[in-house]
Structure formats: C-alpha cells, structure tokens
Write a protein that binds this ligand. Structure first.
Ligand SMILES: NC(=O)c1ccc[n+]([C@@H]2O[C@H](COP(=O)([O-])OP(=O)(O)OC[C@H]3O[C@@H](n4cnc5c(N)ncnc54)[C@H](O)[C@@H]3O)[C@@H](O)[C@H]2O)c1
Ligand SMILES: [Zn+2]
Length: 359
C-alpha cells in the first residue's frame, strides 16, 4: 500500500493507493482503523463497474445517483439525507463515496451537513477525482446560477485510490483529467512532464497500472502540499487556478456543453503559456515543455468557431471591460506567478493567436 499524509488546519488524513483496493475496500478501511461504512454512494455508471464490489466488501448498502454533473444539486443532497435518515444512520457512522468528482463533491457535502457532520471516505474512480477533487477538503454542489456556489470544507477521513479504476474510464475523460495532471506537475513535480509527453502516445489509457499509480500519487502529493499550506483558498492555493481563467470562460461561453472541464483547462494552459512567454516569465524552452505536455494528451474540441469577444467577455465577466484586466496565474520558469494582470485586449489577442495556431 502506497500512502501519503495530508496535513491541514482542518484535519490530517491519509491517501492510500493500491491496485485492487476497491474490491477490498472493507479490508482496507479496517486496516486503517476505520469502521465499515453502512452507506456507500456511487453513480449509475460506476456502480456496476466498481461500487457494487466495493459495497459488498464492506457490507454497505449501495445508494446510486444518476451519473453526471446535474446530480450535484440540492435535490440529490436532500434525497441522500432522507435515505440516510431512513436507514437510521447516526453521528458516529461513516459513509463512503465511490466515483468521480461529482460523487465526492456531493457526498462530502451531504456528509458535512448530515446531523451537523458525519465522517466520510472518498474512493475516487476518475483521474480528476484522484489528483484533484478528492484531495483538499472542498465539497459542494451547483446552483442554477452557477457551479460550486454552495459547499463546505469537510475533509474525508481517508482517500482510497485504486488505479485499476482508470481502466474503464473513457479515453476522453482520461485525457481531460490529464490536463489537471499537467497543471499539477507544472506546479510541483516537473519530472512528471516527460512521463506524460512520452507515454501519452499512442494511447494515454494504455499506461500500466503501476505507472498510473505513480503519476496519481505524485500529483496527489503536490496537491496535498498546496492545500496543507493553505486549505482555505487564499495565497498558495490560488496557484491551482493555473489554466482556469480561460478554461472557465470557454466552459461558460459554450454553456458547459462543448468541453469537459479538463479540456477547457488544457486550452487555458496553452493560453497561459503564451502569456507567460509574452511577459518574459517563461523561457522558450519552458513554454514548449508545458505546451507539448498539453498537446500530448491528444486533440481537443475546437475553438476556431468561437467568437473571441464572447469568450473575452466571460473572462472579464464580473469586471468592467476597461478595468485594466483580470488577475491570472501565469506559468514562470520556476513555477507560477500569481496575480498577473492581463487586460481583456491582451487576452483577446492571445485567444485569437491560439485559434489561428489550432486551425
Ligand atoms: N472539490 C474539489 O476540489 C474539486 C476539484 C476538481 C473538480 N471538482 C468537481 O469534480 C467534478 C468533475 O469530476 P469528474 O471529472 O471526476 O466527473 P464525474 O464524476 O462526472 O465523472 C465523469 C464521468 O465518468 C464516469 N466514471 C467515473 N469513474 C469511472 C470509471 N472508473 N470508469 C468508467 N466511468 C467512470 C462517471 O459516471 C461520469 O459519467 C465537477 O463537478 C467539479 O466541480 C471538485
Ligand atoms: Zn480544474
């Protein structure tokens, strides 16, 4: 069992990884000194693939929510809380989340508010879940008005990673998660970039399970380091927004339909690399190091047909058009430069350059 410790102001807990850990979840939890969960929550896709076996191994009843982002809402939280009450779950118990970021965000949030807070464990089954969503203690749901507007800092008791789960993850989801891997590697473990670049071809998904485990645990270590320094967002945690300024704008400009989050972040990383280069923060070699790792993940949904003005207006959505810009996180040779003002005009220019380069 490979493990790492996450230390933060709110809690300290371990992330453990081993191939086959999901099928032996009951054993794994017992070995970590945790009681068996009575309720295990998953989604309709992950349940037959991984969660039924995980639930059986710990004698938990399995609750299944519809797969997809739309489940991350009040109605599902209310439904879950009701089912936990029906089953007589009490304060001292543990619940488990087996699935991607949707399941861990939702179950973590429901656990945070159920009886004013019960313990939970996260068993992420997507690349995004393993390197990002399940680590750091943020939980939450979406409102009609926007994503992740309601939530709580409620770290899990334990994160259990079974790298074998990635075998069934669709290639597109895997590549999208790869963009967060590249981001994380840039922030804290550059040695991973050549691994991604060399091994992404011909098929990212064909990596051996040990390589996946290594990749995931090294990224989890970087994220754990960032959140340990600063669980509640200010300061260093802002570095995690690398690639996200344009990424979020692309998602919003296409009504969240065209890009998976990671795909939009991949474009965001390419834009941030160009901006870093323009500002002299990045050497040509470092710019290429970052960009080539992103490109190695494979083709992205296109941006050529998007109106640059519309995308730019989402970048400055909460700001006035002429306010002197928006703060971006930009890559630098040594890591990242926080709070870099980029005017909307400059963002527009770089976006147009990207469109030309991609067409
Ligand atoms: N809390 C945080 O810090 C944080 C960080 C990043 C992302 N998030 C949140 O995470 C969510 C995105 O997470 P995601 O990308 O994991 O999406 P997801 O949970 O929707 O999973 C993507 C798809 O893959 C399927 N799936 C999951 N595991 C599978 C497997 N092993 N095999 C086959 N199919 C599988 C799911 O059913 C779903 O259809 C967003 O809601 C985002 O806001 C939270
Ligand atoms: Zn992200």
């Amino acid at each position: 069992m490979q493990r790492l410790q996450v230390e933060s102001r709110l809690a300290s807990y371990q992330v453990v990884a081993e191939p086959g850990a999901l099928g032996r979840l009951g054993e794994v939890l017992a070995a970590e000194g945790l009681a068996a969960p009575r309720s295990l929550v998953s989604d309709t896709v992950v349940a037959p693939l991984w969660a039924q076996a995980a639930a059986a191994s710990c004698g938990a009843s399995l609750l299944t929510i519809p797969a997809g982002e739309a489940s991350k809402c009040w109605a599902t939280v209310e439904d879950l809380l009701g089912r936990w009450l029906e089953r007589g779950l009490h304060r001292g118990e543990l619940v488990a989340a087996v699935g991607g970021g949707v399941v861990s965000d939702l179950v973590g949030f429901a656990a945070a508010v159920f009886l004013r807070g019960i313990a939970w464990v996260a068993a992420p089954t997507t690349l995004v879940g393993m390197v990002d969503a399940a680590i750091g203690g943020k939980t939450g749901i979406n409102l009609e008005r926007g994503k992740n507007l309601v939530g709580a800092f409620w770290p899990p008791r334990l994160v259990v990673i079974d790298p074998q789960a990635l075998r069934t993850l669709p290639a597109r989801e895997l590549a999208a998660g790869g963009a967060e891997v590249v981001k994380t590697a840039w922030l804290g473990d550059r040695g991973l970039l050549p691994v991604i670049r060399d091994m992404a071809q011909p098929r990212f998904g064909a990596l051996p399970v040990e390589v996946w485990q290594e990749l995931v645990m090294r990224c989890a270590t970087v994220k754990a380091g960032v959140v340990s320094a600063d669980e509640r967002e200010a300061g260093p945690r802002a570095a995690l927004n690398l690639g996200h300024t344009l990424g979020h704008a692309l998602e919003a400009a296409t009504a969240y339909r065209r890009f998976l989050h990671g795909e939009a972040v991949a474009w965001g990383l390419l834009a941030a690399a160009r901006l870093g280069r323009r500002r002299g923060l990045l050497s040509p070699a470092a710019c290429e190091e970052l960009s080539s790792a992103v490109r190695a993940l494979g083709p992205l949904p296109g941006i050529a047909d998007l109106a640059a003005e519309a995308v730019a207006s989402h970048i400055g959505r909460d700001k006035k058009r002429d306010d002197g810009g928006v703060a971006w996180v930009l890559p630098s040779d040594g890591g990242v430069a926080l709070g870099q003002r980029v005017t909307i005009d400059e963002a527009l220019e770089v976006f147009t350059e990207l469109q030309k380069a991609a067409s």
